[in-house]
Design a protein around this ligand. Structure first.
Ligand code: C2E
Ligand code: CA
Ligand code: CA
Ligand code: CA
Length: 279
């Protein structure tokens, strides 16, 4: 009946309003978090597939909330993306990662690279390449030690613009990775249009590959495609030894996943991966 329809509409409207209120609250708190240093970085190792040597780490953001404890990115990154606050978050992460590379260099510790996630929102802004350049100049890190991870997910409102930005970054020497490859609607056209150095096979393909021949076929094809284009290929979400054996046989270049390590806080990452245990 009409009445039920109206109730339903009202309920929906209230839910929408609550959602908006929640977003506004998170946005406000996130603003404070940026000022109060409540955000921090975790580090997940990237390992060379043949030797299992450390070849870098992906930095992943966490929010040390005063009341809610450690908040994972899926609870605030999407809201930050919606409100545009993500640009400040991305810039903060990039600077933080570069400063960390700097202080490791100063301590004589070498880590080949750090990978940083940059949202489509930030990537679409014209001053992004300039900002990266400024961070590199300020910290004096070798540009090749920085890798920018981009996703095709709701990417690129202005492909031309993004292509220019990525070209500039690569001229500086910065690496570019295409994240979550294979999950979007236009993976192949991005690959054709955008200059990248690395492909990251999405975890959803790796997850069941040890029991699903179709996933294996997809992964085999992504690796061939990547290598055919001269790209480095990462497999994310590696959780067991069967996957490792299969991915090796298929020729993947780099492993990342809980089997090797979860993302770790700085001290733990440094202790396990950077500081020599020999005395
Ligand atoms: P992502 O870029 O695809 O990052 C990889 C995610 O997979 C991480 O989740 C990591 O903890 C998880 N992961 C790695 N290995 C495994 C595994 O073996 N099994 C399983 N089940 N998961 C694994 P996390 O840290 O929760 O990050 C989620 C997403 O949030 C990221 O996905 C990225 O899209 C976004 N994000 C994280 N940090 C940042 C950031 O600093 N800036 C931006 N813009 N986005 C970020
Ligand atoms: Ca990533
Ligand atoms: Ca990913
Ligand atoms: Ca993702």
């Amino acid at each position: 009946s009409k009445g039920a329809g109206r109730d339903c509409y009202t309920f929906f409207a209230i839910e929408m309003q609550l959602e908006v209120l929640k977003e506004q609250k998170v946005e406000k708190e996130l603003n404070t978090a940026l000022l109060n240093n409540e955000l921090c970085l975790y580090y997940q190792p990237l390992l060379k597939s043949d030797t299992k040597a450390l070849i870098g780490a992906e930095v992943l953001i966490r929010w040390q909330h005063p009341e809610r404890g450690l908040v994972p990115p899926f609870e605030f990154i999407p809201i930050a993306e919606k409100t545009g606050l993500i640009s400040r978050v991305d810039d903060w992460v990039l600077l933080q990662a570069a400063q960390q590379l700097r202080s490791w260099l100063d301590m004589g510790i070498s880590i080949p690279s750090l990978s940083v996630n940059i949202s489509a929102h930030r990537l679409n802004q014209r001053d992004f390449a300039e900002y990266v350049h400024k961070v590199i100049r300020q910290t004096g890190i070798p540009p090749q030690t920085l890798c920018i991870e981009i996703t095709e997910e709701n990417m690129i409102t202005n492909l031309e613009n993004v292509r220019n930005t990525l070209n500039l970054l690569r001229q500086y020497g910065v690496k570019v990775a295409l994240d979550d490859f294979g999950t979007g609607y236009s993976s192949l056209s991005y690959l054709k249009e955008l200059p990248v150095d690395k492909l990251k096979i999405d975890r959803s393909f790796v997850m069941d590959m040890h029991q699903d021949p179709q996933d294996r076929a997809i992964i085999r094809t992504i690796i061939e495609l990547g290598h055919g284009l001269g790209l480095w290929v990462n497999a994310e979400g590696v959780e067991n030894e069967v996957q490792i054996r299969m991915l090796r046989e298929l020729g993947v270049d780099e492993f990342q996943g809980f089997f090797f390590s979860r993302p770790l806080p700085l001290a733990e990452f440094a202790e396990h991966y950077l500081i020599s245990h020999e005395s």
